[in-house]
Design a protein around this ligand. Structure first.
Ligand code: NCD
Ligand code: ZN
Length: 332
């Protein structure tokens, strides 16, 4: 049987949610990942020392070995002192959600200049700026492309600021990072690496593959695949695993977000194996992101084995990506 052992990975973009979903998400996330950059778009948002500490404690309650890497949501109401205090409380990144761009972002930022004074502080103290790079005012497939000028403006204005263009979905977004400054990097999800818009609307409607930014054309997926298969260190794994209850996905106003924590690592090893590039997996999931965030590599290892398994139809009222399908690799 084919198997591979690598440093246990990190997930550099995950939504662990709150309340009754937390046990499920922490359980799945910690099976595959030692650490995860935890997104702050909860209700209320994670945007203060108190909410950071409280959320971290709740996550650690379900697995004390798992290391949540905390972030805060950038709000217009924050002050420079708030930013410094949140960093002292352990936050590694601040997340910029353009207002109205995705789930729980109505309190987001209308124009980055509104928070330029906060970005100055973040740059000075070495906090990472994580960006949901979409302009929600334009046609859905063009939203990422339309946001690129703003990302380049920010990185031009703050040359020392470390910036992550999250969940890249377009050839243009990939090119912007590839050709952009050294400190501009991008995360890549398993759904944007493997799927296209046809996996949502090409046959019968599949709301469980629907996320923001929406999956795009084969050319876009090819561009994502190309940089990953080059082993380009500016691109690393961030699942954007974002569970919603089946009842919130399968209705006339379905929520955006794919639940991928239980399937992401098996799908990634399968992807690299099928491309005959299995040696590139460890860099993508265990090295490049840690290097960018200035973190040590994890000591723990994980074994992946080539053995087929059927993804359950649902996990506690949530359907994951590839639910009911067979994946050829599993966690050993
Ligand atoms: C995420 C969510 O549900 O919180 N949804 C999504 O479609 N990716 C938010 C986000 O990262 O955009
Ligand atoms: Zn996300």
């Amino acid at each position: 049987m084919k198997k591979i052992e690598i440093i246990k990975p990190d997930d550099f973009h995950v939504h662990l949610r709150q309340d009754e979903l937390l046990e499920l998400t922490v359980g799945h996330c910690s099976e595959s990942f030692c650490r995860a950059i935890v997104m702050p778009n909860t209700i209320p948002p994670i945007a203060s020392v108190e909410t950071i500490n409280e959320y971290k404690e709740k996550i650690e309650f379900f697995n004390s070995e798992f290391k949540p890497l905390m972030t805060f949501k950038l709000l217009k109401s924050l002050t420079a002192d708030d930013i410094i205090a949140m960093q002292e409380a352990g936050a590694l990144a601040g997340k910029l959600y353009p207002a109205g761009s995705t789930t729980n972002s109505s309190d987001g930022i209308k124009d980055w200049r509104e928070i330029a004074h906060l970005l100055t502080v973040m740059s000075d103290v070495g906090l990472v700026l994580s960006i949901h790079g979409e302009d929600p005012s334009v046609f859905s497939l063009d939203r990422e492309k339309a946001f690129i000028p703003q990302i380049l403006e920010i990185s031009g204005e703050f040359p020392q600021l470390k910036i992550v263009f999250e969940h890249l979905s377009s050839a243009e977004g990939i090119a912007a990072v590839e050709n952009g400054p050294e400190n501009l990097v991008g995360t890549i999800t398993v759904q944007h690496l493997l799927l296209t818009l046809d996996d949502i609307i090409g046959g019968s409607l599949n709301p469980h593959s629907f996320c923001k930014p929406v999956l795009k054309r084969p050319e876009d997926r090819d561009a994502i695949e190309r940089v990953v298969l080059k082993g380009n260190r500016k691109f690393f794994f961030g699942s954007d695993s974002a569970p919603h209850k089946i009842t919130n996905k399968e209705n006339s106003c379905g929520s955006a977000g794919c639940y991928t924590s239980p399937v992401a690592l098996p799908l990634l090893v399968d992807f690299f194996d099928k491309q005959d590039k299995i040696e590139l997996l460890e860099g993508f999931v265990s090295h490049y992101g840690a290097d960018f965030y200035g973190l040590e590599y994890n000591r723990e290892k994980i074994t992946l084995v080539k053995e087929s398994w059927k993804v359950p139809d649902e996990y506690s009222g949530v359907k994951s990506l590839y639910a009911g399908k067979t994946i050829d690799w599993k966690i050993g």
